[in-house]
Design a protein around this ligand. Structure first.
Ligand code: UT7
Length: 329
């Protein structure tokens, strides 16, 4: 008997109310709207305000929305996975906290740390549980409060990132449509180009580490840019080739949203047109693990049953990945 196929059966999203526009950043660092828009494509991003508010608060909003939309009870869910690099705490996991906040109890829940590739990693893991018959209904969340690890005096990073959460429901496919293939890759030698140095076990927090601003994101932008273009283009080509998929057969290409120029270069390498791309970077900036599920949520009404989608991401680690799926509803 053929093994079960995993399919996304609903999407949800949440972005905080506060809109941080390029103009406001002009008053914080030596930058300008023109530079930000022309070098990154970003016009504004959302910021989660409020003492004690963390990634789980945004994730919980998206999960609540998903349950309501599908008329599901908390007890209908049998696994929750959260992709994030900005967990509320080093432990327990943000997935644990989201479950508690929405009233989901006594199920498996855990976080996945794969930076900007987090959602692609988490969806691939969820797929395995469905295919193995070990779960029936899984929620995959991609959520990050990037503003919590950004130095708003560093113009090289503070203009890029925003906060947000996306969530999808993953179930056993009823119609043969769903996730066809996925590919994950990593290369830890790339960690020097994009990371948060302090706050983990190698460099626990000290007064010195805080003073040196080592709890914020460090990025060698040019280097990451080069690897991101190559990583997403190559892995997308690989997954297309092994599924005999031509560029013209792809209905939607859903790339991680780090820089509009990266997306344009990847699209060019793959011979894709602007009409095939989902783009929300102008509105939300780089929301790390949330970019892809937020795109799926925003485009849900335009997606049609049997549409062919390629999701791809590249991020810290380095990590990268791609998923080929046929939209199931
Ligand atoms: O999501 C995870 C993966 N992350 C990515 O994929 C991000 C990859 N990198 C990038 O998107 C781009 O490298 C950046 C947007 C971060 C930077 O763009 P760039 O075209 O690579 O610029 P650059 O770093 O080469 O800097 C060019 C110039 C520099 O000035 P000089 O040295 O030429 O005088 C920078 O100091 O632009 C300057 N610069 C800025 N100027 C105004 C850097 N940031 C800013 C800024 N405003 N915010």
């Amino acid at each position: 008997m053929a093994h079960p196929i995993a399919a996304i059966t609903a999407t949800a999203g949440y972005v905080p109310e506060y809109v941080l526009k390029n103009k406001e950043l002009e008053g914080m660092v030596a930058t300008n709207d023109d530079w930000i828009q022309s070098r990154t494509g970003i016009q504004e991003r959302r910021i989660l305000k409020g003492i004690g508010k963390g990634t789980s608060d945004m994730g919980a909003e998206a999960v609540r929305q998903l349950l309501t939309k599908q008329s599901l009870q908390a007890s209908d869910i049998d696994l929750l996975i959260c992709a994030t690099v900005t967990p509320d705490h080093p432990f327990p996991s943000t997935a644990n906290i989201i479950c508690d906040k929405v009233g989901i109890r006594n199920i498996g829940s855990f976080d996945i740390s794969a930076a900007c590739s987090g959602f692609v990693y988490a969806l691939t893991v969820a797929r395995q549980f469905i295919e193995a018959g070990n779960a029936q209904r899984i929620i995959v969340v991609g959520a990050d409060k990037m503003s919590s690890i950004i130095n708003y005096n560093d113009r090289a990073t503070c203009v890029l990132f925003g906060d947000g959460a996306g969530a999808v429901l993953v179930e056993k496919s009823e119609n043969g449509l769903g996730i066809v293939d996925s590919l994950l890759k990593s290369d830890g030698a790339g960690r020097q180009y994009l990371y948060q140095k302090a706050g983990g076990s190698a460099y626990p927090a000290t007064q010195e580490s805080v003073a040196a601003k080592e709890h914020f994101v460090y990025q060698d932008g040019r280097n990451v840019f080069k690897h991101a273009v190559n990583g997403m283009a190559t892995i997308s080509q690989e997954i297309m080739q092994r599924n005999q998929l031509q560029s013209t057969q792809i209905d939607w290409f859903v790339p991680h949203q780090a820089n509009k120029r990266i997306i344009d270069m990847v699209a060019k390498r793959l011979d894709l047109s602007e009409q095939q791309l989902m783009l929300n970077i102008q509105q939300f900036g780089n929301t790390t693990a949330a970019t892809i599920p937020l795109c799926l949520w925003q485009w849900e009404n335009q997606l049609k049953k049997e549409d062919k989608l390629i999701l791809t991401a590249f991020g810290g680690g380095f990590t990268w990945g791609a998923i080929y799926l046929k939209w199931a509803y």
